[in-house]
Write a protein that binds this ligand. Structure first.
Ligand SMILES: Nc1ncnc2c1ncn2[C@@H]1O[C@H](COP(=O)(O)OP(=O)(O)OP(=O)(O)O)[C@@H](O)[C@H]1O
Length: 701
């Protein structure tokens, strides 16, 4: 700061001096040659020192380094000054003698710019002195121009110098303020030293406390170190143990490694063997792959061929489809045509149908008439018909002497007794029809069939077989055991016809079979829809039938078997109802009691049978005689059959005969019974006259 203050005071003194003497560089007292080194400021050791101190980091503007303040280098300055002196000093006092060209050269050159200010002043003085010496006050024009030029340069330098000084002065003022503030800070610091001392003492006290603490910690640390050393010793012991264990473990590990190596070697050998096997397998697989590839190739070729075929097939199908579509169109067209023609036909049919509907009413009337006429026809044929059937000799039957001598076409039968002579030897009978031993089941049934239609027309029909035991009653009604369709008896055939006719009539009649009937003790009623339903029920009945051995038949039926079928029909058009019934009866054997050699219960049974058969004979006889009283109530059998005996009912009796001579007397009694109930003579009388009427009726029907 002292140096700065010295410098500033020196400068101030310098400026004060320059302000009085000369604003230029005060070289008035310097060397007459304007030597820069003669300048008091520049040569001042203080100034030089300050200049060197400030310059490196000084923010002094370039303007400060004017030619006045910063003289050119010694060499160049020396050269310029020398040249200037050359120009001016050699011509001292004789400026007016200088040629215009010379003065012009001096003015044009930059000599003035580089010339020291003192030289310029010397020129001015020289010119003025020369003017005074000559005493004419006249200065040549060219010298006056030079003079003006030099003066202008001097003025320019002065103004520049003044500007520089102002700028520098401001700068120094700023610096002074800056240093003043620093001085104040330092003075403040110097005054605050006492307070800091107190702070330092407090800090020292704290340091002492910390020191004692640290000593305590050190003591604790020493103890801790001792403890650690102890622990370290324990750790050493443990470490040695661990080392021992490690050594053992290492040995075990080495042993284990050895074993592992051995196993690895064995495994490796095994794997190598396996590898070889796998390589063989791989080779096989490759071969298989090659085969498969070949196969695949052939398959692929085949598929390609198939694809080709399929494509051509599809194309063909498309063609066919197109044709089909075309034909479909034409068919549609045809169908439309057909529909059109059908419509027309339907219209015609509608008209015809209307006529038919009108005629239908008439048709039902015709049908009813038909039924009536059919019934009349059956009546004309006889309400009570007796068909005689002669059983063939059975295989293994001993004596084959038959009692049947003659069988006529119109029901004539001649029976002879070979043991008798005269008029008792031969007996003639006449029935509706005689079936010989060769007759088949179908032939026997053929004349029965029309009566089944009568049942569905609402009439009662009773078919039964009468004859001594073993004469073939069951055979005719049922057929032999396990019979084929060919051997089926009347029952099966009648039932089949019953159901098939009812089915055929389903459009005009609704039939219910077995809906009601005469209640018989211990009898039950079951609705049926087919023949098999009825056969099943017959089977149940047969199981309950009393069967016993007699002297004439080992397995003789000792009871009557009756299958009753009740039919209720409804005419779907008129709503009229009709009721018909059919009784299929296999009577018990009709042999005489003494012939059956029955005794006790068997005798009683035979007597009951004969009584019921006799009651049946009486009823039929009464009906044939058209008696007013018919004794139905004389037996359960006739009560049961009442609905199909008498009135408009038709009765058909198969008289079964055993042709063997040994059965002659039974044959005669059977035939007499049949003759009695059938009223043959009456029927025979009617047959010739009314046969024609029957044929006429049939034609009408
Ligand atoms: N037309 C025939 N053709 C062949 N065999 C017959 C014929 N009629 C009956 N028979 C046989 O004669 C035997 C006796 O017949 P079936 O049992 O039908 O007599 P039945 O009169 O019913 O006797 P029963 O009153 O004792 O019951 C049976 O073996 C049967 O097969």
């Amino acid at each position: 700061m002292k140096n700065v203050m010295d410098c500033l005071s020196t400068l101030r003194a310098q400026f004060a001096y320059m302000g009085v003497a000369s604003p230029i560089d005060g070289n008035k007292y310097g060397s007459p040659h304007g030597d820069a080194s003669s300048n008091g400021l520049s040569s001042s050791p203080t100034f030089r020192e300050e200049k060197q101190k400030i310059s490196p980091d000084s923010k002094t503007p370039q303007a400060l380094r004017s030619p006045v303040m910063t003289e050119p280098s010694a060499a160049s300055m020396h050269h310029v000054v020398h040249k200037f002196h050359e120009v001016f000093q050699l011509k001292q006092g004789r400026y007016s003698d200088l040629s215009a060209a010379k003065i012009s050269e001096m003015m044009k050159s930059n000599s003035l710019d580089n010339a020291p200010t003192q030289s310029l002043l010397s020129v001015v003085n020289g010119i003025l002195d020369e003017s005074i010496e000559r005493k004419n006050d006249k200065i040549p024009h060219r010298v006056a121009c030079l003079l003006r030029k030099v003066v202008q340069e001097i003025e320019r330098r002065i103004s520049t110098q003044a500007e520089h000084l102002r700028t520098q002065n401001n700068l120094f003022k700023v610096r002074e303020e800056k240093y003043q503030s620093r001085i104040r800070v330092l003075e403040a610091l110097a005054s605050g030293t006492g307070e800091e001392r107190g702070v330092v003492m407090d800090r020292l006290q704290q340091i002492k406390i910390e020191k004692s603490k640290m000593e305590e910690e050190k003591k604790t640390g020493v103890e801790h170190v001792a403890k650690l050393i102890k622990e370290q010793e324990q750790r050493d012991v443990e470490l040695s143990d661990l080392k021992q264990e490690l050594k053992l473990a290492k040995q075990r590990h080495e042993l284990h490694c050895l074993q592992m190596e051995t196993e690895a070697k064995a495994t490796k050998d095994g794997l190598e063997g396996r590898m070889k096997e796998l390589e063989i397998l791989l080779e096989d697989s490759r071969n298989q792959v090659r085969v498969l590839e070949a196969y695949s190739q052939s398959k692929s070729n085949m598929f390609n061929k198939k694809e080709h075929i399929f494509k051509s097939f599809v194309e063909f199908q498309f063609g066919a489809l197109k044709e089909l579509m075309l034909s479909s169109k034409s068919i549609k067209h045809e169908i439309l045509q057909v529909q059109k023609s059908n419509l027309e036909e339907f219209n015609d049919l509608g008209v015809k149908l209307k006529a038919l509907i009108d005629a239908t009413g008439d048709y039902h009337i015709v049908l009813a008439e038909n039924r009536r006429m059919f019934n009349e026809l059956q009546e004309l044929k006889g309400s009570i018909r007796v068909y005689c059937r002669i059983r063939p000799f059975l295989p293994g039957q001993a004596a084959k002497h038959t009692t049947v001598e003659y069988i006529g076409e119109h029901g004539e039968l001649a029976v002879v007794n070979p043991s008798k002579q005269g008029k008792d030897r031969r007996h003639n009978f006449k029935f509706n029809k005689i079936f010989g031993p060769e007759s088949t089941q179908a032939e026997v049934y053929s004349d029965t069939q029309p009566l089944i239609r009568s049942v569905l027309d609402g009439y009662g029909v009773c078919i039964f077989a009468y004859g001594q035991t073993g004469s073939g009653k069951t055979y005719t009604m049922t057929g032999p055991n396990g019979a084929s369709e060919e051997d089926w008896g009347v029952n099966y055939r009648a039932l089949n016809d019953l159901f098939s006719i009812s089915q055929n009539r389903r459009d005009s009649f609704l039939y219910e079979i077995q809906p009601n009937g005469l209640a018989v003790p211990d009898a039950s009623m079951h609705p049926v829809t087919s023949t098999s339903d009825v056969l099943e029920l017959i089977g149940v009945g047969l199981k309950n039938r009393a069967v016993g051995a007699t002297a004439m038949n080992e397995r003789s039926s000792r009871s009557h078997s009756v299958v009753s079928i009740h039919v209720r029909g409804k005419d779907l058009l008129s709503g009229a109802a009709l009721h018909g019934n059919l009784h299929l009866v296999d009577l018990a054997g009709s042999e005489r009691v003494d012939r059956s050699e029955a005794t006790g219960d068997r005798l009683k049974e035979a007597q009951h049978i004969n009584r019921s058969l006799s009651a049946l004979g009486d009823v039929i006889f009464s009906l044939a005689q058209k008696n007013s009283h018919v004794p139905y109530r004389n037996s359960k059998l006739t009560q049961l059959l009442q609905s199909s005996l008498g009135g408009q009912a038709k009765t058909l009796m198969f008289v079964q005969l055993n042709p063997d001579v040994s059965s002659y007397s039974e044959t005669i009694s059977t035939l007499k019974f049949a003759e009695r109930v059938s009223g043959v003579e009456l029927g025979a009388a009617r047959s010739s006259k009314e046969g024609r009427d029957v044929r006429e009726l049939m034609d009408q029907a």
